[in-house]
Design a protein around this ligand. Structure first.
Ligand code: FA5
Ligand code: MG
Length: 412
């Protein structure tokens, strides 16, 4: 970043910047908001609703978002070339400090403290695309549970699995399952397959039971939940859970049997267990019928006054204001790549929550000169008022200026 400050202050701490610093003022302004801890905010209501489902778990929600890449990645077995580590995907304060990209960053320290069943809620930060269900700051809840990897521990799991299975017979939810373990979703070499199977079963029963606690389908229109095999460096087997909402499958959490390497780093090699990380916004959008992820950040009374601590109510959208689309096309300067997330960050920084969505609509290579050109369509729309054409033009011009100065592009 050009003209970067020497220091950045986050929650009262000063951090020196360096040549990789890529946190923007718009992002830093979100850090003190702590929406998950604002009593009447829907994210806080959802947090307490989930916590109430696991009353005997430790409930943590006070950890600083500033972590080392060691915690965010290395402790969780991310390979050195994992794309999540790159400057286009993550926010770095300097080479040694970053904003956590997921709540899994706190797994090792929490296990180290001796917690065996816990929930941890926090704001997380990712450089990402811009649309109605993605926002560069969002909230996750991590949950984990571990047992002794021996006959006593496994008997406990078995007994609980039987108990949980009895609760899971309801006709207002349809669950599509996958095998606990498969060749493409293997048991870890250090695990007894029977133990891993029991733990995976416990994980699915526990999360299915959470889905029933959160979502009330009806017999006519049952809630549809599906389990999918996936991959995370820090779990195996691994799964994602999706919920069918407004005509599409929405991914709400990732989970799996914790990699022994993570437990080794936590000093508890003799344990086995599961962990999950869920996106609070995605679930809150379903439960409160909130149509756009930006609304969570609204300080408009028409939004905030609709919610009360502990109450799950349906959001009544106030009128939708007109959209103001603008196209921005530019020639790239050879040697200066502009990643889509770089583009989105500039737009976010200039336009704040006045941007609703950004789509790349053209990529063109000039046949003679080989020069590359990109075109993005930025959809500007305020959630609180009508934007005038003049105001939109001013913002869009600022976006172009920033692109020119930051990435040496030539606006077309
Ligand atoms: C993770 O972050 C893993 N740490 C989850 C995990 C934890 C796996 C423990 C295994 C064990 P993922 O990147 O898929 O996974 O994010 C988890 C959830 O966060 C997603 O399912 C989604 O609900 C939410 N999420 C991800 N990106 C965004 C975003 N940009 N905006 C809003 N929600 C998001
Ligand atoms: Mg995912």
């Amino acid at each position: 970043m050009s003209n970067r400050p020497e220091y950045i202050e986050i929650l009262g701490q000063k951090y020196a910047t360096d040549e990789i610093t890529n946190v923007s003022p718009a992002i830093l302004a979100k850090v003190p908001r702590r929406l998950h801890a604002q009593p009447s905010h829907p994210l806080s209501t959802l947090r307490t609703l989930i916590e109430s489902h696991w009353p005997d778990f430790a409930h943590l929600s006070n950890l600083s978002p500033v972590v080392t890449p060691q915690k965010n990645f290395d402790d969780l077995s991310f390979p050195l070339d994992h794309p999540g580590r790159s400057l286009t995907d993550s926010y770095y304060i300097n080479k040694g400090m970053m904003l956590r990209t997921h709540t899994s960053a706190h797994e090792v320290e929490t296990f180290r403290k001796g917690e065996t069943k816990w929930l941890l809620t926090a704001d997380v930060y990712r450089r990402d695309e811009i649309d109605g269900s993605h926002y560069p700051v969002f909230h996750q809840m991590e949950g984990a549970r571990i047992w002794s990897d021996d006959a006593t521990g496994m008997r406990e799991v078995e007994e609980e699995n039987e108990r949980l299975a009895q609760h899971l017979t309801r006709s207002d939810i349809i669950i599509e399952d996958v095998p606990h373990i498969s060749p493409s979703n293997p048991v870890q070499s250090r695990h007894n397959p029977k133990h891993a199977e029991l733990v995976a079963q416990n994980l699915k029963l526990s999360l299915n039971s959470l889905m029933l606690h959160l979502f009330k389908g009806t017999k006519d229109e049952p809630l549809r939940v599906r389990w999918i095999e996936t991959y995370f460096p820090f779990t195996s087997p691994s799964y994602e859970v999706e919920v069918f909402f407004r005509g599409q499958w929405l991914e709400i959490l990732g989970t799996g049997v914790v990699q022994q390497a993570t437990l080794d780093a936590s000093g508890i090699s003799n344990k086995i267990g599961w962990a999950f990380g869920l996106g609070l916004e995605r679930i809150a959008m379903i439960l409160f019928s909130i149509p756009d992820i930006r609304l969570f950040w609204s300080q408009d009374a028409r939004f905030l006054s609709q919610f009360q601590s502990g109450v799950l109510n349906t959001f009544k959208p106030y009128s939708k204001y007109p959209a103001c689309p603008r196209d921005v096309s530019f020639w790239l300067t050879p040697g200066f790549a502009v990643h889509e997330n770089d583009f989105c960050d500039v737009v976010r920084d200039v336009a704040g929550d006045l941007v609703e969505d950004v789509k790349r609509i053209d990529h063109f290579v000039h046949p003679k000169t080989q020069r590359e050109s990109l075109c993005y369509r930025i959809n500007y729309r305020s959630m609180d008022r009508s934007l005038s054409n003049e105001e939109t033009n001013v913002i869009n011009d600022q976006v172009k200026e920033r692109l020119k100065s930051q990435f040496s592009v030539e606006i077309r």
